[in-house]
Every structure is written in structure tokens, then in C-alpha cells.
Design a protein around this ligand. Structure first.
Ligand code: LLP
Length: 413
């Protein structure tokens, strides 16, 4: 489903008219569709039916508590990369036993916090990290389940900033060396080597590299079992992409999962995935108000009240987000840069884009902004972060209020 659609020229999210949300909640404002989030989650969960599995939603994509609660209630587990994300999951009612802890630089405090809460497992990225987890677990009288994050040296063919599975990336342990690391770690106290994991990159529109990585990991599982290391879990990470531009291809999640199920059939492995973007990106939009129009030389600018501080993806990755008017324009279209108020030339939501010919006071939406949107927002230029709204059918609620000026200086002396 696409939760965003025009009805008689005005944009809706499910059964909520977005102009009303923009007027009542103010702008900039993130809006998420709960139905779309749940539908995407179920595509994974149902796609894996018949195979023992758990879908660990990657909290980093969007950590809003209401959204996490929705997913926890639907049965999702969570993939976290910090103590802060663990805190969010627990606040939202997620079960610690359904949490996997990924990330290349876990601190002592974060590991202790996770051990004390009793998370499911750690995805470890270096031998030194396993050593620290072992020592801390022994001290706390616990046993930590550990998977090693393997770098399978597969090219995900995505943007270099979000590609992680190549040898030259900082992530994971080289597949050529990882067997020896398992062997040495097997004798450590306080850890149980239960899994093999990988995550090769994000925004993959073609699932083939993920399948290639899965094959390499399955062969590794066989070799490890041959050495007497009883691997029971396979975590294939996240990474499937979404079409940001209308008309772009969309990976077929169900077909991909069915292929993976075939690959692991009879292998006696518990399957895990860590999708983030493909669950929440298309469920969200960022609403903004047009402040001014201006022309510099040959260039037309539409200045809006949302900026790179609210949605940094265009500035950071030259990412494409479709810009739609909340009310379809009677005045045709215009080619313009849609820019924010921040003092940086990189502060744009779209460049040289043909968009509706919107005028000051009109509202627009940056689409496909549910993933890596609010979570990457900042207070640069002392801009309060936007509010977040969750839609459910014809109802909507502010699930995080807009930051106030007082919020901006909290904690300072
Ligand atoms: N698991 C691990 C270990 C990860 O590092 C990531 C994302 C995921 C799962 C979820 O991947 P997804 O299913 O969302 O592709 N800020 C960038 C994306 C960075 C992704 C980082 N890792 C963006 O806005 O495109």
C-alpha cells in the first residue's frame, strides 16, 4: 500500500488530510502511517513463515517510541547500535530478549547495560570486543550469546557512504580470518558462540548481493560446525531499499525471503533479519511550509521552513526525495531548488527539480522520509527539531512534540 494519496486534489495519509495536520501541529512536521509500517513489517514476518525466524527492526532508521511500540506489539524484535537505542526499545515496551546489539564500537557501559537487561545476543565486530564482552559477562555472572559480524567482501552496489560489506570498510571481520577468530573465542569464558551475522550495506535495490552474502555465510556455518562450533543462528542484516523516485524498481521482499528460506532449508538455523528503511521509509513524509520565492540569476528558489537540520539525506548523500504539494497547484509547475533557511549552500531538499508551482503559505511534503529522517535531525543554527505525528486510519496524534526554545538550552550552564 501507499498510505499517501491525493483525494480531490489534496494529499492524505491514510484517512487524514495532511493540510489539517500541518495547520494544527505546525511545520516542519514528520508524519508516519501506522498501517504502512505494520504492512511492511508483516511482509517480512509472513515472508519467513514456516522457517524459525525473528525480524529485528533496525531502530536507527526511526526510533520514535510510538512506532517502536507498534512494532513490538506486532511481534518484532529490534536491532540496536547503542545503549540509547536499547533504552528506547525498553521504554517502548520491547522485550530485551528480542534485542540484538550490533555496532563497531560498543562501550563498556553499553555492554554492561545490555548484559544486565538480558538482551538476546551481541553481533561482534572485532576480537577485542569479544574479549571485553567475555570479561564483563564473567564479572556479572552472565553468559553472553555472540554472533560474529562477518565481512563477506560482497559489493552491494549502493552509495559508498552506506556500503559496508567490502573488505575496505570498517565493518565486520574479514571472512578469510573469521574462522580463526571463532576458534580462539570458543575457549573464552562468559560467551557462547551462537551465530553468524552480516550486513553488507543499505538501499540495495537488487537483492542479488544479499543472496551472494547468504551463500558465503552458509558455507562458513558448515565449516564452523565442522570445527565443532555449534552455530544455531544466521542473521543476514538489513539493507533492502525503497524507490525514492517514482517509477524506480522495488526489490521484491517476499521473493527474496522465499529464496533465502530455500537456501537454509534443512540447515537447522534460526533466521534473523535487521531491516530498517524498507519498513519505515515509505510510511513517512516531512511536511513544510513555503516561506518565500526568489530568483537569483537564472535560478528559481522555493524557500521552505524545513531544512537539512530536519532531513539531511539530500545534503549528505544527494538523496532524492519527491516533493509534493499538499494541495495540487492550479498554477502548473516550475523548475526550482527547494531550500531551507540554514546558512549552508548544501541546505536543500531538492535541486533543479520540476515541482508544483507553490507559493508562500502553501504546504509541501518531502516523501519517503520515514527512515533516516528525524533520527538524523540536528539543532544546527539553533533550530528546534520538528514534531512527529502518527496516523492511524482517520486519527492522528502528535507522538513527539516539537522542541521548544527551552529544549535548545537544556543542560547548559
Ligand atoms: N543492521 C546494521 C548492522 C546496520 O548498520 C543497518 C544500517 C541496518 C541493519 C539497517 O539497514 P536498512 O535496512 O535500513 O538498510 N543514513 C543512511 C543509511 C545508513 C544505514 C546504516 N546501517 C541513509 O539515510 O541512507
Amino acid at each position: 500500500m501507499n498510505p499517501f494519496e491525493y483525494r480531490e486534489g489534496v494529499l492524505y495519509c491514510e484517512d487524514v488530510e495532511l493540510l489539517k495536520v500541518a495547520e494544527q501541529a505546525g511545520t516542519p512536521c514528520y508524519v508516519y502511517s501506522s498501517a504502512a509500517v505494520l504492512e511492511r513489517y508483516r511482509t517480512y514476518d509472513e515472508g519467513l513463515a514456516g522457517a524459525p525466524h525473528r525480524v529485528h527492526y533496525a531502530v536507527k532508521a526511526n526510533g520514535n517510541l510510538a512506532l517502536l511500540r507498534l512494532l513490538a506489539q506486532a511481534g518484532a524484535g529490534f536491532d540496536i547500535v547503542s545503549g540509547g537505542e536499547l533504552y528506547r526499545v525498553l521504554q517502548a515496551g520491547g522485550k530485551p530478549g528480542d534485542v540484538v546489539f550490533s555496532g563497531v564500537g560498543k562501550t563498556r557501559d553499553e555492554i554492561e547495560y545490555a548484559l544486565n537487561e538480558g538482551i538476546h545476543s551481541f553481533n561482534c565486530e572485532s576480537e577485542a570486543e569479544i574479549g571485553l564482552i567475555s570479561a564483563l559477562a564473567v564479572r556479572l555472572g552472565k553468559t553472553a550469546a555472540v554472533a560474529l559480524r562477518v565481512n563477506p567482501d560482497v559489493d552491494p552496489a549502493t552509495h559508498p557512504y552506506i556500503s559496508t560489506g567490502l573488505k575496505e570498510n570498517k565493518f565486520g571481520i574479514d571472512i578469510a580470518e573469521v574462522e580463526d577468530v571463532y576458534q580462539r573465542a570458543a575457549s573464552l569464558p562468559g560467551v557462547r558462540l551462537t551465530g553468524v551475522s552480516c550486513h553488507i550495506g543499505s538501499q540495495l535495490l537488487d537483492a542479488a548481493p544479499l543472496v551472494e552474502a547468504a551463500r558465503k555465510l552458509l558455507a562458513l556455518v558448515d565449516r564452523l560446525r565442522g570445527r565443532g562450533i555449534a552455530i544455531t543462528e544466521l542473521d543476514l542484516g538489513g539493507g533492502l531499499g525503497v524507490p525514492y523516485e517514482p517509477g524506480n524498481a522495488r526489490p521484491d521482499v517476499a521473493a527474496f525471503l522465499s529464496g533465502i528460506k530455500d537456501l537454509v532449508a534443512g540447515k537447522d538455523l534460526f533466521l534473523m533479519f535487521e531491516p530498517g528503511r524498507s519498513i519505515v521509509a515509505e510510511a513517512g513524509a516531512l511536511l513544510a511550509r513555503v516561506l518565500y520565492r526568489k530568483r537569483n540569476g537564472d535560478k528559481e528558489f522555493i524557500i521552505v521552513d524545513a531544512s537539512m537540520t530536519d532531513l539531511i539525506r539530500p545534503a549528505l548523500y544527494e538523496a532524492h526525495h519527491q516533493i509534493l504539494p499538499l494541495r495540487q497547484s492550479k498554477f502548473g509547475s516550475v523548475t526550482a531548488d527547494i531550500v531551507g533557511p540554514v546558512c549552508e549552500s548544501g541546505d536543500f531538499l531538492a535541486e533543479n527539480r520540476e515541482v508544483a508551482n507553490v507559493l508562500p503559505g502553501d504546504m509541501v511534503a518531502a516523501m519517503t522520509a520515514g527512515a533516516y529522517g528525524f533520527v538524523m535531525a540536528s539543532n544546527y543554527n539553533a533550530r528546534p527539531r520538528p514534531c512527529e505525528v502518527l496516523v492511524d486510519g482517520a486519527e492522528w496524534h502528535v507522538v513527539r512534540r516539537r522542541e521548544s526554545l527551552a529544549d535548545l538550552v537544556r543542560g547548559e550552564e
